[in-house]
Every structure is written in structure tokens, then in C-alpha cells.
Design a protein around this ligand. Structure first.
Ligand code: AMP
Length: 282
């Protein structure tokens, strides 16, 4: 497995891979890898002839006061996991390599970047879209793999790929959970055992709402009330939102009959956690 620290090294390695094999799959990450990330790598291995993973804690997607400095960095362990999965190339640049002095272009996916998590984290998705566009230009993958866990990110990047005519397909992989239902996240490392227990209320609220939908309830309002009532069981957490939206536009829907995204975000101790469930059209 090759490790590239510079854009020039990454481009040279990708050119070599492309000359040997046709289809390159890209898995962008911020490191601190867990089974959720590895599920994307495995999907990329299954779809593509060569897999490029990136590890980059992108400073432009963290607002002042967010956890950029504290974000877990476990580079050696991450590389061992990626090598064991058969990844061909890891691109792990420093911030100055991606954003040299004088950088002034950003990718702003208007409107949708301000919805759902974008409403709570202004500017976050400008940072995400900008860095992902740069990674697409550096690696030029045919397929790029992202997790449904970050549903706002998926909607923003789909829109970006359409609008900027990136010649690639986004592949969205299902949420990987701990056996007790907690969605895997690098930020789960911030939780004390007690907070980790409290965090289970997010997936519990989603399951209850999914059960209710399976039982025939389609109106968003009672479903949201139910989700919020379940979340209220854990008074220690601070709910950011519990919403039912269109998965593509992220705008609120009044019922789930055409398919919907049920999404939740809450602050549990030091961590802001997100989770969601995709409801298929009936
Ligand atoms: P991150 O390192 O948090 O930026 O995540 C990198 C990629 O892994 C993103 O596409 C995430 O959506 C995806 N991912 C993170 N957690 C999970 C999970 N529990 N299940 C599936 N994909 C995930």
C-alpha cells in the first residue's frame, strides 16, 4: 500500500494505478477509522479495480470552537486497517498542502448546504464540498463512496456532482451500527460509558418512528412528536433537531408516503451525534 503526503505524489500513484487497472474508487475519510469507514472500503473493493482512501482532518469544515484540535488522529492504526482491507493508495496530506497560502476558491452548494445539519453548522458544508471537489480533481475516481450516516453530506455532494458535472458516480453505503444500535462514529470516542448509554436514545427514537410507519402512520407531525417524546427520556442530552425531510432536497415533508429521511442530531456530553433512517416510498 502506497502512502502519499503530497498532491504530486498522489497524482503520480493514481496515474500508475490507472495505467494498470481501469476503475478507481475513492473513499474520503477524516481517519480515526471504524467499521463504518471499512464498510465503504469493502464496497469500493467490490465495485472497483483499485481503491484510494484519503485521511484528512479538513480544517475548513470545522467552525471556530468546534473540535478540530481534539479530533482523534490515529494515523498508524488507520493505515494498518486500510492495508489489511487491500487499499492501494492512502492520500494523507497536511492542511498546508491542500490549502496553500493564497487559496481563495470555495465550492458553495447554495440552499441545500444550509439545511438540516447545515442549519446548525453554518459554513460546514462549504468546507466539505470544497475539500471533496479537490479530492475528486486530484484522484479522478470513477466511483466515490460515502456513508448514509451523513445524510446532509450525501444530499449536498449529490447536488455538487450534478451541478459541476463531475464524471463519477456517488455510491452511498448503509449506516453501520454497534450491536446495541449506536451508529458508529469517530466522535463516539469522546463519550464516557454513561454518555454512551444516553446516546442510544437517538437510534431508539428512530426505531420507534420506523415501527410506527410500518404500522401505517404516514403523517410527519405525530411521528416527529413521537421521536421527540422518546428523546425526552434522556434529559441529559440536548436535542438539536428531529426532522422528517425529503432525502434529496432536505426540505420538510408533511408525510412519508413518497419516501423520506427521518433524521436526528443531539449533543451528548462533549459530542454532537447524528443518526437517521431512510424510509422507502410506499
Ligand atoms: P468521516 O471520517 O467521519 O468524515 O467519515 C468518512 C466517511 O465514512 C463518510 O462518508 C461517512 O458518512 C462514512 N461513515 C462514517 N460513519 C459511518 C457509519 N457508521 N456507517 C457508514 N458510513 C459511515
Amino acid at each position: 500500500m502506497l502512502i502519499a503526503k503530497t498532491i504530486a505524489e498522489a497524482r503520480a500513484a493514481v496515474a500508475q494505478l490507472r495505467s494498470e487497472r481501469r476503475c478507481i474508487g475513492l473513499v474520503p475519510t477524516m481517519g480515526a477509522l471504524h467499521e463504518g469507514h471499512l464498510s465503504l472500503v469493502r464496497a469500493a473493493k467490490a465495485h472497483c479495480d483499485a481503491v484510494v482512501a484519503t485521511i484528512f482532518v479538513n480544517p475548513t469544515q470545522f467552525a471556530p470552537g468546534e473540535d478540530f484540535a481534539e479530533y482523534p488522529r490515529t494515523f498508524e492504526a488507520d493505515c494498518a486497517l486500510l492495508e489489511a482491507e487491500g487499499v492501494d493508495l492512502v492520500f494523507a496530506p497536511e492542511p498546508a498542502e491542500m490549502y496553500p497560502a493564497g487559496t481563495s476558491t470555495v465550492v458553495d452548494v447554495e440552499r441545500i448546504s444550509g439545511r438540516l445539519d447545515g442549519q446548525s453548522r453554518p459554513g460546514h458544508f462549504r468546507g466539505v464540498a470544497t475539500v471533496v471537489a479537490k479530492l475528486f480533481n486530484i484522484v479522478e475516481p470513477i466511483h466515490a463512496f460515502f456513508g448514509q450516516k451523513d445524510a446532509t453530506q450525501v444530499a449536498v455532494l449529490r447536488q455538487m456532482v450534478r451541478d459541476l458535472n463531475f464524471n463519477l458516480e456517488l455510491v452511498v453505503c448503509p449506516i453501520v451500527r454497534e450491536p446495541d444500535g449506536l451508529a458508529m462514529s469517530s466522535r463516539n470516542r469522546y463519550l464516557s460509558p454513561e454518555q454512551r448509554q444516553q446516546a442510544l436514545v437517538l437510534s431508539r427514537a428512530l426505531r420507534r418512528v420506523e415501527d410506527e410507519i410500518a404500522a401505517g402512520v404516514i403523517d410527519a407531525e405525530p411521528l416527529i412528536d413521537l421521536g421527540l417524546a422518546v428523546l425526552a427520556d434522556e434529559p441529559e442530552i440536548r436535542v438539536d433537531y428531529f426532522r422528517i425531510v425529503d432525502p434529496d432536497t432536505l426540505e420538510d415533508v408533511s408525510d412519508v408516503s413518497a419516501g423520506a429521511l427521518v433524521a436526528v442530531a443531539a449533543v451528548v456530553g462533549p459530542a454532537r451525534l447524528i443518526d437517521n433512517a431512510l424510509i422507502p416510498p410506499r
